[in-house]
Design a protein around this ligand. Sequence first.
Ligand code: FUL
Length: 452
Amino acid sequence: MKKHALIALLAVAVSSSALVAQELPKPEPRQLEWQKLETTAFLHFTVNTYTGKEWGDGTEDPQIFNPTEFDARKLVKTLKDTGFKMAIITAKHHDGFCLWPSKYTDHSVESSPWKNGKGDMVKEIADACREYGIKFGFYLSPWDQHEPSYGTSTYNAFYKNQLRELLTNYGEVSEVWFDGAKGENAKNMEYDFDGYWQLVRELQPQAVMFSDVGPDVRWVGNETGNAGETCWSTIDTVGMAPGKADPKYLNTGDPDGKLWIPAETDVSIRPGWFYHPEEDSKVKTGKQLVDLYYKSVGRNSLLLLNIPPNKKGLFAEQDVKSLHDFRAILNETFRTNMAAGKADKKLTDKELSSYITLKEKQPLVLDFKKEIAFDRAMFQENIAEGQRNIEALLEYWDGKNWQKIDQFSTIGYKRLLRFPQVKTSKVRVTVLGAKQPVQLAEIGFYKASARE
Ligand code: FUL
């Protein structure tokens, strides 16, 4: 081969490998910030709380809505104290009743006895979130069973008017939640999701938008709190729409997906999304919530836990107890990272942006210098540069040989492993497959709280 032909060939090889490197989908800053919140709260509250239903039908009399002890500061303080970083309120659920005094309908708190029709629940929650330093978001159901224009060509304009009110009158919004549900009477109407999303981008560009298929954050595909054991933050959305996507695909994501749309795990602390007194004995315990943390945050997702206020407008005692137990157990388990001081500082500085690079089949050995006992492990990738790990192996040294602890797939933002206690002085991590060299940002070894 002539010299210049060889050089040309080399140039192509170099530029195409550079191209491959550029092709990995990466999060927008708003998505990265969102992912780091880890635990966020959903507040489902509307006329259903008073009728005992899960879905109202729009015929509810606003007179039934009277949360006499509603105290947004108390609700938000509980969330803050138990480590939740955002609260998302159902500003309007499928029944159409609005928790704020919308100019575009009288089917709202304005027609209720609560605060003699002078209250604004969305404002009180947004203000309390600001006061306690947690983020604020809202759910605005496109399906509206009260609004007369629903199902007709003018409904999208009505919906956008309400969206605009919520995006302009309540300060910073960090997440907007779009449900895909649609009424039987709306067969001839299409929701203008593109238009809704454009409005959010224009008025609150830092907010992430949730729907089954993004654009920023996707549904995890179930309401039981389980992200896929393999969970990619990437998917493709061609041919999909809110309400029209395969839950299994959403659950695991797609290693070849071209869009960065990470999974959000929404699940209720109770069987239903709304408060029903008969479910007081079925509130998930702190221990059960911790299990969900491993199955959501620990599988590269984010936990959106619903805690529905009761008829008085307060969290029920059982729910508050579970939230405190949940956080106490997590704090106990993750208090001491045994890798601190034993690994490269970059791996335990709690910064995703400082990382070491692991190539395939080049093991990382951690020498603890003395025997330690642990039953939990944690890994994080520097996801700002994309999600890379496909398969990895964790082993311990038994004095003679390396023994397998676990073999696992995706890491992404965070991967938590649970296994029977291991006593050893050395561990080894080997990347078995990766899209590109893995930027390992954090590593941790812990002994679980006895309460887990
Ligand atoms: C669903 C709704 O139909 C439920 O009522 C609940 O709001 C849940 C979070 O989303 O699609």
